[in-house]
Design a binder for this molecule. Structure first.
Ligand code: FAD
Ligand code: NAP
Length: 339
């Protein structure tokens, strides 16, 4: 059965910034057939299509004069053992965090550091989601994506996804690939990644020296709940800027001027700077312009205090970029997808 299209549908509840814009049409698709039907009908009417997952990495700056296709396919399964790993698969519309918890409940390890990231499984490869020292590329086994140019389904291996820091081949060609389902190679034994931020410390505070995947997931959830605003309470899209990677010389020059610089070497020639630290040093933490603001606890997160528009948040982001450029000579790149 073809799903009904809503006309002039509000997207306020469908993006975590809570931006109140309308889609010309909105439809939910919960199967490959439903997705194909919606794409075909949009093509017939010459309508552009915006693919939507959980709306947690989007900044909507205007009404969407397109068909918004919300991916709502569900299903997750264990496919079997391959080379000491267990391959699991989930449909694109599966919510990410419940999928992580499900994998842990199967006795499988590898996704625990990626707990409590909002959004869907299908969007996760778009920017190679990462947190606390793990990215999906570390446990990625493959994905199936619909080529919107040809209508064919193509399988992607790890190499073909060209995953990089918050980047992938899918992000590089926006709108071409619609990810249908994703596979991960997990392990029955835990290889804990505890050296990032306060993860080990939180486990020790809980009296845990040899954690399970569940204990790591719980610790990370508790850290995230303390530090990051809950989009249900305060609209946001997580980190608004990527951490800039600069040359070792540039980082050294900045360290001389700012001895407290937070920086992490990425091999011999490059250094990753904590964008949140730069923004906080520049005095933006807690700043507010109407309802568009910078979070009180984490300067990397822009927030909607209520009725900010996407354009106001975008304007604030550009002011921050210009200030960081002027003060530090560093370019900040926005992370959320702008519409
Ligand atoms: P959406 O916002 O709906 O879409 C994002 C982009 O992907 C859009 O361009 C959309 O068109 C496209 N897209 C969506 N689904 C598909 C599909 N099936 N096929 C093809 N294209 C698709 N990110 C991290 O990496 N690490 C974090 O730790 C993290 N923490 C966050 C914390 C908070 C509080 C918030 C609000 C966000 C956080 N994010 C984080 C960002 C975000 O949650 C992730 O990028 C997430 O993967 C986005 O999923 P989504 O389903 O909401 O995507
Ligand atoms: P944090 O722990 O305060 O650390 C600040 C920054 O320093 C992070 O962005 C992280 O970079 C980097 N960092 C910390 N420890 C590091 C180490 N040992 N080696 C290399 N880099 C290190 O960060 P936070 O804001 O609370 O976030 C915690 C984790 O969740 C981070 O990995 C962050 O990326 C992720 N997160 C992402 C989003 C998003 O929307 N993308 C939102 C919230 C949290 P990286 O960001 O490169 O990891």
């Amino acid at each position: 059965m073809t799903a009904a299209w809503q006309e002039q549908a509000s997207l306020k509840a469908l993006n975590t910034f809570g931006i109140d814009v309308a889609a010309r049409y909105l439809v939910r698709a919960s199967s490959d057939d439903g997705i194909r039907q919606a794409l075909a009908a949009a093509a017939q009417r010459d309508l552009p299509v915006l693919v939507l997952g959980g709306g947690s990495n989007l900044l909507l700056t205007r009404d969407v004069d397109a068909l918004v296709l919300q991916i709502a396919s569900r299903g997750r399964r264990v496919l079997g053992d391959v080379d000491q790993r267990v391959v699991v698969e989930a449909e694109a519309g599966e919510p990410w965090h419940p999928f992580v918890l499900w994998s842990i409940a199967q006795g499988l390890c590898g996704l625990e550091n990626l707990s409590l990231i909002p959004g869907t499984v299908g969007a996760a490869p778009m920017q190679n989601i990462g947190a606390y020292g793990v990215e999906i590329k570390d446990v990625f086994a493959g994905l199936s994506a619909l080529d919107r140019q040809t209508g064919e389904v193509r399988e992607f291996s790890l190499e073909e996804c060209a995953f990089a820091y918050r980047d992938s081949v899918f992000k590089a060609s926006p709108g071409r690939w619609l990810i249908l389902r994703v596979r991960f190679a997990l392990s029955r034994t835990l290889d804990p990644h505890l050296d990032y931020g306060p993860v080990r410390q939180r486990l020790l505070e809980r009296g845990i020296q040899q954690p399970t995947a569940q204990a790591i997931s719980d610790a990370i959830c508790s850290i995230r709940r303390e530090k990051l605003p809950d989009p249900a309470v305060l609209g946001n899209a997580g980190s608004f800027f990527k951490n800039p990677v600069v040359s070792a010389e540039c980082a050294e020059r900045l360290r001389v001027a700012y001895p407290g610089l937070v920086a992490y070497p990425q091999g011999p020639a490059e250094v990753k700077l904590a964008a949140g630290w730069l923004i906080e040093q520049a005095g933006w933490k807690g700043y507010r312009e109407g309802d568009a603001g910078v979070h009180q606890q984490q300067a990397l997160v822009l927030v909607n205090h209520g009725h900010a528009t996407g354009a106001q948040l975008h304007a604030l982001a550009r002011k921050i970029q210009a200030d960081i450029r002027a003060r530090f000579g560093v370019e900040l790149e926005m992370e959320p997808n702008l519409y």
